[in-house]
Design a binder for this molecule. Structure first.
Ligand SMILES: [Zn+2]
Length: 380
């Protein structure tokens, strides 16, 4: 079966597992992939971050410091369907007019299928060489929980070994992306003293303190230089709340901050700058802390990726980055901070859409491309 494993058929199979997150329930799809990979000679480990929330890691070949692997990652959870009806059943994997329809067809079961099939095709070569490793995660769509859990497990990190290059097969229509921004979400809180609304002088209004802090944030600017491709980081106050009733002085207030950082901006440095700007009346708590990712096109491995993509697409790809974040932020340092490309067969504009589809030929192209990258890597 494995010799003839077809990436389009595998994408259809993967779409038929309902892994809408929440609740996710990625256990069965990972079990299915584990069987396929083990029968091709891959060593696998399953990891649960919560009941039925299973991620899968796999490897073959050296995967060691002297000969690090080429590593692939993809998530198997998908986003909910939305309220609008679909043209084709979203968990059937229907092919119509060269397009494969279904939830996760682009984001990103096609990407997972393409690298799994490429890795199986190249298993013999990889077994003798530097090797291939794979990180197939649960819970990406709700904040990379599966990836963070994996990266924190010494056993899994040791099992995978270091990687020399890293492919994140998110939907990019087979265009290589050099990186993405980071996300740093914070909650800012102030406290006061409550009093009757008719005698506010007896209290201390927490909301006034918060409002002053919000206006400080409106003027806040980052002290790091802008990134050559990503530009400057951004900060937005998304929500604010305070007060329980109209006739009391509120004794607590809070707001949430959505900061999008560019590669090279340290989140701990930003935290320090914010504490200084806001002063001791404002307490900051971290909600999400996902740093940006970037590899320059001049990196020798990235050059190889660009050459393969040029051959495949007929034109040299434009050097670009995206603003959404991926599991790479959570995984990259755990596998030794290798050069990282975001590259997969899905259509980026189809992610999270009604009637999500992926072009069938892009799944086939990506599989060939990944097989070439694996083959090249074994020779270096
Ligand atoms: Zn995705």
């Amino acid at each position: 079966m494995n010799a003839n494993l077809n990436p389009v058929e595998l994408t259809q199979e993967l779409i038929r597992f309902n892994t809408v997150n929440p609740p996710g329930n990625e256990d069965q799809i990972c079990e299915y992939l584990q069987k396929i990979l083990e029968s091709a000679g891959y060593e696998c480990r399953k990891v649960e971050f919560a009941p039925r929330r299973t991620s899968l890691v796999a490897k073959i070949g050296s995967c060691s410091a002297s000969k690090p692997s080429i590593c692939f990652t993809g998530h198997v959870d998908v986003v909910p369907l939305g309220a609008r009806p679909w043209r084709f059943e979203p968990f059937a994997g229907v092919i119509d007019d060269g397009k494969l329809y279904g939830r996760g067809s682009s984001d990103m079961k096609s990407g997972v299928a393409a690298f799994v099939v490429a890795a199986i095709q190249m298993a013999q070569e990889a077994k003798q060489g530097a090797g291939v490793s794979m990180i197939i995660t649960a819970g990406e769509e709700t904040g990379c929980e599966g990836a963070f859990h994996l990266a924190a497990s010494k056993e899994i990190v040791d099992f995978l070994g270091p990687a020399g290059c890293f492919v994140v097969a998110e939907p990019t229509a087979n265009e290589p992306l050099l990186g993405h921004k980071g996300a740093y979400w914070l909650r800012a809180k102030t406290e006061g003293v409550t009093a009757h609304g008719s005698m506010p002088e007896r209290g201390e209004n927490a909301f006034y303190k918060l409002a002053k802090a919000a206006l400080t944030l409106e003027k806040f600017s980052f002290d790091t230089p802008p990134h050559q491709l990503m530009g400057q980081g951004t900060l937005n106050v998304g929500t604010a709340k305070s007060g329980l009733n109209i006739n009391s002085v509120p004794d607590a207030a809070e707001m949430t901050l959505d900061i999008r950082t560019v590669a090279g901006q340290s989140h701990s440095h930003i935290y320090g700058c914010l504490c200084k700007a806001l002063g001791p009346t404002v307490a900051l708590e971290t909600i999400i802390d996902i740093e940006g990712v970037f590899t320059p096109a001049s990196d020798p491995w990235m050059e190889q990726v660009f050459e393969h993509c040029t051959k495949m697409n007929g034109v040299r790809p434009v050097e670009k980055t995206v603003s959404y974040f991926t599991d790479a932020s959570a995984l990259k340092s755990a596998i030794g901070n290798p050069p990282t490309v975001i590259l997969g067969p899905g259509q980026p504009e189809m992610a999270h859409q009604t009637d999500e589809f992926c072009y069938v030929h892009k799944i086939e192209d990506a599989t060939r491309l990944f097989a070439n990258l694996i083959s090249d890597w074994q020779k270096t």
